[in-house]
Design a protein around this ligand. Structure first.
Ligand code: NAD
Length: 486
């Protein structure tokens, strides 16, 4: 169990962080943050209003010119200090993440390490924004391309990775010279508020990063998107909300990056190394307790190896220790809230009604909190609803196939296209299949793809744009073309 308690994090703001100040909501409103392990209240946080959102945009706009003009090296060093402070305060951050999100401390520690890397990576990228000079084909002039910050950005993040989804946006935005208003998910605002403190301690000037918890997220984000000073929206969350925000952003033609839902297929071909495939399946399915957009959602396993793969997977899933995330021996924590646990139960019950067989798990344990048992389902009919929806929980539905083309067709038969996984001992075959999988990312004999140095993102209704890597910063830069003769 973590040695920490919430009271020990003495400088954790529980109000809005706007313009370098910690302020209550303009109408005094607050909302409760719950502990998913018990359902009880953990803390009460200021509930930002539309007026507060406008004050945050004012602060970000006021800070924009100076931050854009700051030497890239200065921006880089601030990000580097933020990376170091995140590592120094890693246990506190991991504890907060585990407490408000429910994930196991090991997952939370992994998230902090991953999240901090975005600050290190973009500290390095900040001094390499680049540009281009070419000669026009006619020879009449030069084509000079400058990279300039897009301006004030609105960042909206989900609850499943409260630190990493914030740093994946704040890192490149600050490196590019943009200022931001971050609206964290209402289930997990505490981590973002501690991040605001860490960024301030790292030397981020007032107004450059504003953090605005708000339960009325629709009204607050919509108001910001209708303000002409806001030039970019970077959203991570569900496809459903992403669609709404794309429409909202249309009014002021706001530049949008969208990291949306997923429905990842996990293919085990007949020649797969089964030890590696089961290890990969455990990571792809159970990292974050199954609450990841990259979570393997559908397992397509060749009939020749399906029995053995499923037996081993079920054994591993059944052995996982379920409990409060903040307990050191916990491997799987509760889901984030009651709706999530109820949705997982509904999907599993639906699959069973369709004819699927429960090999392990299959119900909510009899205890307080928002738990669901690690579950493996076999003989899942190809038409079952569970294969069409993001499960977002610790459930692995297995479908068998006999033909590679059939497996690829089933894998691609979804409106989502975030990530796919494929296991085979034949690298050339794996690369051929990877090319045919309609997703922005592929794990080839790898159960995890996330890497701050790589372009993360999806095709189809999984989103628009890429976060991470060199490409991640381009999303926060405008290319300005200057035609010049010399
Ligand atoms: P969500 O769409 O419900 O909420 C995401 C954020 O949007 C939250 O901050 C929420 O408060 C806010 N929001 C909700 N309704 C809004 C509205 N009408 N206007 C403006 N903001 C609104 O998603 P979630 O439940 O927090 O997160 C889970 C989803 O996020 C899953 O679909 C998952 O796949 C996706 N996700 C995607 C990625 C990725 O990189 N592609 C990463 C993590 C999570």
């Amino acid at each position: 169990m973590s040695d920490l308690t919430l009271d020990q994090i003495t400088d954790l703001p529980l109000d809005l962080c706007v313009g370098g100040k910690v302020v209550p909501a303009s109408d005094g409103g607050r909302f409760d943050v719950l502990d998913p392990a018990t359902g009880r209240v953990l803390a009460s946080v200021a509930d930002g209003t539309v007026d507060d959102a406008m004050a945050a945009v004012d602060a970000a706009a006021a800070a924009a010119d100076a931050w854009a003009a700051a030497p890239p090296r200065e921006r880089s060093e601030v990000l580097r200090r933020a990376f170091e402070l995140m590592r120094e305060r890693g246990e506190e951050l991991a504890f907060l993440i585990s407490l408000e999100n429910g994930k196991a401390l090991t997952d939370a520690r992994g998230e902090v390490a991953y999240a901090a890397e975005f600050f290190r990576w973009y500290a390095e990228e900040a001094v390499r924004a680049g540009g281009e000079v070419t000669t026009a084909p006619s020879g009449a002039n030069k084509i000079l391309v400058l990279r300039q910050p897009v301006g004030v950005c609105v960042l909206v993040t989900p609850w499943n990775f409260p630190a990493a989804m914030a740093t994946r946006k704040i890192g490149p935005a600050l490196a590019a010279g943009c200022t931001v208003v971050l609206k964290p998910a209402s289930d997990t605002p505490l981590t973002a508020l501690l991040m605001a403190r860490i960024l301030e301690d790292a030397g981020v000037p007032p107004g450059v990063v504003n953090v605005l918890p708000a339960r009325r997220s629709g009204a607050v984000v919509s108001a910001m998107l209708h303000d002409p000073r806001v030039r970019k929206l970077s959203f991570t969350g569900s496809t459903e909300v992403g669609r709404v925000l794309l429409r909202e952003a249309a009014d002021q033609v706001v530049n949008c990056s969208m990291e949306l839902g997923g429905n990842a297929p996990f293919l085990v071909l007949d020649d797969a190394d089964l030890d590696a495939a089961v290890d990969g399946a455990m990571i792809a399915k159970m990292r974050n307790g199954g609450e990841a957009c990259t979570a393997a959602n559908r397992f397509y396993v060749h009939a020749d190896v399906a029995d053995e793969f499923s037996r081993r997977l079920a054994e591993r899933m059944a052995a996982l220790r379920v409990g409060p995330g903040t307990h050191d021996d916990t491997e799987v924590g509760p889901l984030v809230n009651e709706e999530s646990a109820a949705k997982v139960a509904e999907l599993v019950d639906g699959a069973v009604a369709d004819g699927a067989r429960v090999v392990t798990g299959g119900s909510r344990p009899d205890r307080e909190g928002f738990y669901y048992e690690p579950t493996v389902l076999l003989d899942v009919p190809r038409t079952s609803g569970i294969l069409g929806e993001e499960i977002f929980g610790p459930v692995a539905p297995v479908v068998t196939f006999t033909d590679e083309d059939e497996a690829v067709a089933m894998a691609n038969d979804t409106e989502y296209g975030l990530v796919s996984y494929v296991y085979t001992r034949d690298l050339a075959r794996g690369l051929r299949v990877s090319e045919r999988l309609d997703s922005g990312m592929v794990g080839l004999n790898r159960g995890v793809v996330s890497d701050p140095a790589a372009p993360f993102g999806g095709t189809k209704q999984s989103g628009v744009g890429r976060e991470g890597g060199h490409e991640g910063m381009l999303d926060y830069l405008e290319s300005k073309y200057v035609a010049v003769t010399w």
